[in-house]
Design a protein around this ligand. Structure first.
Ligand SMILES: CC(C)(COP(=O)(O)OP(=O)(O)OC[C@H]1O[C@@H](n2cnc3c(N)ncnc32)[C@H](O)[C@@H]1OP(=O)(O)O)[C@@H](O)C(=O)NCCC(=O)NCCS
Length: 394
């Protein structure tokens, strides 16, 4: 197979659902902006050269429905000949889209494909606007529809992850993110226009935009004492709180992938190779364990040892599942390699965007550290895990 080269990987900031900077910004606008930003950051690339645009979205309905991959690329000004798709594997949708884009290039079916993700959890709530579980199946297998918070409680109880461990993990995520934000280390963020509606003298509202260049869910004032004092939110006798859960967030991200021939023809310096991707199923009512199966499966596929991996971005859906997976993988003592600039507890988890967002973050962090191999992984609602291996180009 051919190699799939990543030449550009960028993201918008992640902003808090309903209260953050993107609360009035439609998902199509977030996505079309970041698609344009990715093109602009890739010298000599013209929109007409892109073969297809694959976009992850976890709840592709309402404002992010109608095949947002197609709609947003048209809003962004891609020629009608450039096709677009929406891809859904819940929390790994963005990574799935990047993997599909890479596969197209590896197979020789396409020369240049964009993979990305978008989710406005403000406009379309988690679970969708009208959740309708299958009536007979749900009676027998309600676990397939378990609330994500309850799955996090299940992981904490079944695998003995204490409240203290969860809060400490959450605190560290907030502190790493605070440091990265203050030190301007999120080089993968493109300052993004956000919509606001400003009341005019005559009482009407005018649509205006302002630029946002930081993840507005980060809480620099977090203390362990305050985290310890928060009530559980999903079960009265539980340990999962607003402080040790991922935040609900709006955002978009895009990655441009091309063949060796196109890299050379355009005179580009590729950032990384997308090497391997895998997914695996697990019990739906403890979906958070997904990465502990997906990462070993990925390592087996690539013939690599976990010790050879320089950096990890493992989505922090909840501290309980992240702590458990790191322990099971035997890397819980190597926190200097994991989510080095914080994770979804501090930065947010815009569901279908997250896989694409973490790709941009991982590559920026690998560049910053000057390392070769990185793994991105996450758990997935419904009971799954996904993992991908990236190799930096010299
Ligand atoms: C847990 C959850 C219900 C909390 O929602 P929320 O109430 O909107 O959360 P907030 O971030 O507003 O936090 C609520 C309160 O907790 C407290 N809090 C949260 N994080 C805190 C921190 N780091 N330090 C101190 N206090 C904190 C604050 O008092 C905050 O209120 P404030 O913002 O007015 O100060 C929601 O984030 C959630 O469902 N997360 C999981 C999403 C999910 O399942 N994703 C899919 C995973 S597979």
């Amino acid at each position: 197979m051919r190699e799939a080269y990543i030449v550009t990987s960028v993201r918008t900031p992640g902003c808090k659902r309903s209260r953050g900077a993107f609360k009035d910004t439609r998902p199509e606008d977030l996505l079309s902006f970041i698609l344009n930003a990715a093109i602009e950051k890739t010298p000599h690339l013209e929109k007409k050269d892109v073969d297809d645009i694959m976009i992850g979205c976890s709840f592709p309905e309402g404002e992010q429905g109608f095949n947002i991959g197609r709609i947003a690329s048209q809003i962004a000004g891609f020629p009608v000949e450039v096709s677009g798709a929406t891809v859904n594997r819940f929390c790994s949708s963005g990574l799935e889209a990047i993997a599909l884009a890479a596969l197209r290039v590896m197979a020789g079916w396409s020369e240049i494909v964009i993979g990305g993700g978008v989710e406005s959890m403000t406009f379309v709530p988690m679970g969708g606007n009208i959740p309708r579980p299958h009536p007979e199946h749900a009676k027998k297998h309600a676990d397939l529809y378990t609330s994500m918070g309850i799955t996090a409680e299940n992981v904490a109880k079944r695998y003995h992850i204490s409240r203290e461990e969860q809060d400490e993990f959450a605190y560290n995520s907030q502190m790493k993110a605070t440091n990265a934000m203050n030190s301007k280390l999120y080089t993968e963020i493109v300052p993004t226009p956000a919509t606001k509606f400003v009341q005019q003298k005559k009482g009407t509202f005018k649509k205006e935009t302002f630029l946002i260049d930081y993840d507005d869910g980060i809480r620099p004032t977090t203390t362990l004492e305050r985290l310890t004092g928060l009530n559980p939110v999903f079960a009265a006798d539980g340990t999962v709180t607003a402080g040790n859960s991922s935040q609900m967030t709006d955002g978009a991200a895009a990655t441009i992938i091309m063949s060796d021939e196109k890299v050379k023809a355009l005179g580009l310096k590729p950032v990384a190779k997308f090497k391997y991707y895998t997914t695996v199923g697990c019990r739906p009512d403890e979906m958070g364990v997904g990465p502990k199966y997906a990462i070993p499966k990925l390592l087996k596929l690539s013939g690599m040892d976990i010790k050879a991996i320089d950096l990890f971005e493992i989505n922090e859906a909840f501290a309980s599942q992240a702590v458990h997976c790191l322990k099971e993988l035997g890397i819980d003592q190597e926190m200097d390699k994991i989510n080095i600039h914080g994770g979804a507890i501090a930065l947010g988890h815009p569901l279908g965007c997250t896989g694409a967002k973490l790709c941009a973050t991982l590559l920026a962090n690998m560049k910053e550290r000057g390392v070769k191999y990185g793994i991105e992984a996450m758990c997935i609602g419904g009971g799954m895990g996904a993992a991908a291996l990236f190799e930096m180009c010299a």
